[in-house]
Design a protein around this ligand. Structure first.
Ligand SMILES: CC(=O)SCCNC(=O)CCNC(=O)[C@H](O)C(C)(C)COP(=O)(O)OP(=O)(O)OC[C@H]1O[C@@H](n2cnc3c(N)ncnc32)[C@H](O)[C@@H]1OP(=O)(O)O
Length: 251
């Protein structure tokens, strides 16, 4: 139950509210067993994502400013872990947000979550960062191919001699390097701080109709559709399908 989830995280009080979710543009996915609890249903797990403005280092150590969709919180009830429910939740989010796992950032992923990402999405090669976020190699490859937005190097203004150009480049590199730990002044502290809350108030999260119909009509819920993420499909062979999906609903 959600009570179990909160207890398992030793939280004194719910710290994620509906208004907080809204103001921070976080989105919460709930996976619910609609049958149990006398028909009132029980939360099996949840997944919270949101766009985070991050300063990342690519493989060459260059600073890159990005605002990737990030996984902020992910939890499946203790007694239901390793049954494929996490995968169920995560896949739903991927389709709903139309994003590939490699293009996302992960806020302080636990060993279980890292294992989950490796198993299901072949995400193993992470690129070291100085913040708590984890990103994987292809994040930077794909960015370069699509909407690369490296912290822009200004073009040399006017004609300058070769030696002074080199000096200026060095100066720019130094100016580009933010002081560590870097907290952009215009961002709320929470965006880059390490105090991530493994927390959620199920009661105060946006509640919508909790029905199996929600799953049936939800975008991307059709399991038979052709794979949209070729990169991730390679890791799907071991997938177990012991779930009784008809009993699950997304909210
Ligand atoms: C950004 C963050 O939120 S970090 C915090 C992530 N959450 C947690 O660590 C809380 C505790 N763990 C959980 O809630 C869940 O295990 C989750 C959310 C990480 C994964 O959900 P599950 O339903 O367990 O995952 P699912 O059944 O779909 O996939 C199973 C795979 O996940 C990983 N995994 C799940 N549980 C464990 C575990 N106890 N030990 C190691 N790996 C695990 C493994 O790769 C596993 O595959 P395997 O059984 O072949 O080794």
């Amino acid at each position: 139950s959600h009570g179990t989830a909160l207890q398992a995280q030793h939280l004194p009080a719910p710290v994620t509210s509906a208004s907080k979710l809204q103001s921070q543009r976080h989105q919460l996915y709930l996976l619910k067993d609609g049958e149990s609890n006398g028909g009132r249903g029980v939360v099996v797990g949840f997944l919270k994502v949101g766009y985070k403005k991050l300063f990342l280092l690519d493989q060459q150590g260059a600073h890159i400013e990005a605002e990737p969709l990030s996984v902020l919180d992910f939890y499946v009830a203790e007694n239901l872990q390793r049954h494929g429910y996490g995968r169920e939740l995560f896949d739903f989010m991927l389709q709903h947000k139309n994003v590939e796992p490699v293009m996302m950032a992960y806020d302080r992923p636990s060993p279980k979550f890292l294992s989950f990402l490796a198993k299901h999405y072949c995400l193993t090669q992470s690129v070291p960062q100085v913040n708590n976020f984890v990103v994987f190699e292809a994040f930077f490859l794909n960015r370069a191919a699509t909407q690369s937005r490296k912290v822009p190097l200004r073009k040399p203004d006017g004609e300058i001699k070769p030696y002074s150009l080199m000096e200026r480049e060095v100066v720019r590199q130094e100016q580009k390097a933010p002081p560590w730990p870097f907290v952009p002044p215009h961002l709320p502290q929470e965006s880059v701080s390490s105090q991530r809350s493994h927390s959620l108030s199920v009661e105060s999260s946006p509640s919508r109709a909790a029905t199996r119909a929600a799953l049936a009509s939800a975008p991307g819920s059709n399991r038979d559709q052709s794979p949209r993420f070729p990169l991730t499909e390679r890791c799907r062979e071991k997938r177990t399908s012991s779930l009784n999906r008809s009993q699950l609903g997304f909210h």
